[in-house]
Design a protein around this ligand. Structure first.
Ligand code: NAP
Length: 255
C-alpha cells in the first residue's frame, strides 16, 4: 500500500463521494488530511472517524467559489496540520443541465467559478509553499467531459476542458520546480453526481444503471498512488482510470 506518512494532504469536496473516499484513503496511507467542503457537519464527521482510527484529520468548511475564504482555509489548514504537501482539487458540480441555447449564463459562470476558479484558488494557496520547498503534488479531478461534448452538459464540459488546460498550464509553469501535477479522470463512479445525472434523464450517462458505476474506493486508490513517489514518471499528464497500466500500477484490476 502507498505510504504517505509525514505528508499533509488537503482534499476539496471531501464531504461525500470521491473526495470523502480519497480523504479516507490518504489518511489510511499515513497522511494528515484536511477535509474541505461546504457541508461542515459531514466533513467534521468524516474527520472524526479518521481521528477515531489510526489517522489524523481536520475539517474546514469552505465554498471553493469564495476565493477569499479559500485563502483563509489554506492558512487555517497549514496552521493546524502543517505545510500542505498534497492538494486534491476534487470539488465539482454538474449543473446547469440543458441545451446550450437554454442554460442561464449566470448559472454557466457559477459552474466555471466552482469547477475551475476553485481549483485555481486552492492551487494559488498551496503553490508558494510548495515552490519554496521544491516539493508538492497537485491532482485536479478531470472527466471524460473535458475531452468530448455530452448532451445537456455544455457548462460542465466547458469547465472540465478549462480545468484540463489549467492542469497543463500548471504543469508547464512548474515542471522543473520539484512539483508533480496531474489531471485524473475517475471514470463513472457511484456518487451523488451520478444520481443527479440519472435524475435528469438527459444524455447517455443518465442511461447507466447504478450497477454499471465504479465504487468510490477505486478512484481514491489511484489518487493515493499518484501522490506517491512511485507515480513520479507520470507527472505532468492527464491520466484516466480507463488506462489498464495505471490501474495495475495502482494495485487495481483493470475493469
Ligand atoms: P459528489 O458526490 O456530488 O461530490 C461533490 C463534492 O464537491 C462534494 O463534497 C461537495 O461538497 C463538493 N462541492 C460542490 N460544490 C462545492 C463548492 N461550491 N464548494 C466546496 N465544495 C463543493 O460528486 P463526485 O462524483 O464525488 O465528484 C467529485 C469530482 O469527481 C468532481 O470534480 C466531478 O466532476 C468528478 N467526476 C465525477 C465522476 C462520477 O462519475 N461521479 C466522473 C468524472 C468526474 P458540498 O456540497 O458539501 O460543498
Amino acid at each position: 500500500m502507498t505510504d504517505l506518512s509525514g505528508r499533509v494532504a488537503l482534499v476539496t469536496g471531501a464531504s461525500r463521494g470521491i473526495g470523502a473516499a480519497t480523504a479516507r484513503r490518504l489518511a489510511a496511507a499515513g497522511a494528515a488530511v484536511a477535509l474541505t467542503a461546504r457541508s461542515g457537519e459531514a466533513i467534521q464527521q468524516i474527520a472524526g472517524e479518521i481521528n477515531a482510527g489510526a489517522g489524523r484529520a481536520a475539517a474546514f468548511a469552505c465554498d471553493v467559489g469564495d476565493f477569499a475564504a479559500v485563502q483563509a482555509t489554506v492558512a487555517a489548514c497549514t496552521s493546524e496540520l502543517g505545510p500542505i504537501d498534497i492538494l486534491i482539487n476534487n470539488a465539482g458540480m454538474l449543473e446547469p443541465i440543458g441545451a446550450p441555447h437554454e442554460i442561464n449564463p449566470e448559472a454557466f459562470m457559477a459552474n466555471l467559478r466552482v469547477n475551475v476558479g476553485g481549483a485555481l484558488a486552492f492551487a494559488q494557496g498551496v503553490l508558494p509553499g510548495m515552490l519554496e520547498r521544491r516539493a508538492g503534488t497537485l491532482v485536479n479531478i478531470s472527466s471524460g467531459a473535458a475531452h468530448s461534448p455530452l448532451e445537456g452538459w455544455a457548462a460542465y464540459c466547458t469547465a472540465k476542458a478549462a480545468l484540463h488546460m489549467l492542469t497543463r498550464s500548471l504543469a508547464h509553469a512548474y515542471a522543473g520546480h520539484g512539483l508533480r501535477i496531474y489531471g485524473f479522470g475517475p471514470g463513472v463512479v457511484d456518487t451523488r453526481m451520478q444520481e443527479v445525472i440519472r435524475g435528469s434523464g438527459i444524455g447517455p450517462v443518465a442511461k447507466l444503471k447504478r450497477s454499471d458505476l465504479a465504487p468510490v474506493e477505486h478512484p481514491a486508490q489511484v489518487i493515493a498512488f499518484l501522490c506517491s513517489e512511485a507515480a513520479a514518471d507520470l507527472a505532468g499528464q492527464e491520466l484516466s482510470i480507463r488506462d489498464p497500466d495505471l490501474m495495475r500500477r495502482a494495485g487495481l484490476e483493470a475493469a
